[in-house]
Design a protein around this ligand. Structure first.
Ligand SMILES: [Mg+2]
Length: 328
């Protein structure tokens, strides 16, 4: 039997139980499961996402940021559904050499984001592994009976929108793996930060209910995730690549290497909202974007047909080598 050096019960009591104080039904993580009151007139929204060492983060990455990213990638999926997040479960598989310092910093990161996003830890599991560190969170949220956003509602004639800027996450990964050179330090730091600490668009997702016809969060890459919407909705979509919003750092990178536009369109890890809405809802989207404090940009349209077409500056189609995100 394989046992970690850190005592499991002490680890829970010292680092995780304090994260569960906000929910009485979590019983201080001392019981076998949490018991939660269900709000009448609401439906539960549940999602799970894992981060694996060597796949989604590097062995030496700051544990505080790993904790925050784990929570945020899950909150991004709730945002894509228009849900209000309230709780999450956490499963950790740690190696023998895991230190109290690592777990403390990881839990501190979770605590910071619990405050920002109003969520509470309500349970989970801690276990030992001989392999890479494996971390999984299950996030819970709610939507009203007629609320929520889905991938399947896009219709021909709808406009296509994205929040924030696209390509920073994938470029940040390239910086971290030394595959993107020739940028100044500020740009490199900005892109790395965007990869390590995405911004789930929780408030925007909630406000888009009743306005957006379909939505998804950009985790696999803009083209790939738009492709998922097209399949679910039975439509095609056209993106004008020149309209895709870029950060200053990403613009600098594309300026030195135009090939990086492929990373913008096909790279992953942006965790921005990609959504569609009928053209006559554009004014409402402008309002919702400003209320949420998140820039939103129109980048294309939904059409009869299938698949994603990328148009270059001159209006002619661009071919991509890959449409999805590959992990490092
Ligand atoms: Mg998603």
């Amino acid at each position: 039997m394989h046992r970690p050096n850190l005592d499991e019960f002490e680890l829970i009591a010292r680092y995780l139980a304090p994260l569960a104080r906000g929910e009485s039904g979590a019983f201080g993580l001392l019981d076998d499961a949490a018991i939660l009151d269900i709000v009448p007139g609401q439906r539960l929204v549940a999602t799970a996402d894992a981060l694996i060492e060597g796949v989604h983060f590097f062995p030496g990455d700051p544990p505080e940021l790993i904790g925050r990213k784990l929570l945020r990638v899950n909150l991004s999926d709730l945002a894509a559904m228009g849900a209000v997040p309230f709780a999450y479960l956490l499963t950790m598989a740690l190696r023998d050499e895991a230190t109290a310092d690592w777990v403390e910093a990881f839990a501190r990161g979770l605590g910071v984001d619990q405050k920002i996003f109003s969520v509470t830890l309500i349970g989970g599991d801690t276990t030992a592994t001989n392999g890479p560190i494996a971390l999984s969170a299950t996030a819970l949220g709610y939507v009203s009976l007629n609320g929520g956003l889905r991938r399947s509602g896009a219709r021909a004639g709808d406009r296509v929108f994205v929040s924030g800027t696209i390509g920073d996450g994938a470029m940040g990964l390239k910086v971290l793996t030394k595959k993107l050179r020739g940028l100044g330090k500020d740009d490199r730091d900005y892109l790395k930060h965007r990869f390590r600490l995405p911004e789930p668009r929780v408030a925007l997702g909630q406000r888009l209910q009743g306005i957006a016809s379909a939505a998804i969060d950009v985790s696999d890459g803009l083209a790939g995730d738009l492709g998922h919407i097209c399949v679910a909705s039975g439509v095609g979509a056209v993106i004008e690549v020149a309209r895709v919003p870029l950060s200053a750092a990403a613009r600098h990178a594309v300026g030195t290497d135009p090939q990086l536009l492929e990373t913008v369109v096909a790279g992953g890890d942006d965790y921005e909202m990609l959504f569609m809405a009928p053209a006559d809802r554009t004014d409402e989207i402008v309002t919702v974007a400003s209320e949420s404090g998140v820039p939103v940009t129109e980048i294309g349209s939904v059409e009869i047909g299938q698949g994603v077409t990328l148009l270059g500056k001159d209006g002619s189609p661009i071919e991509l080598e890959s449409h999805g995100y590959k992990h490092f």
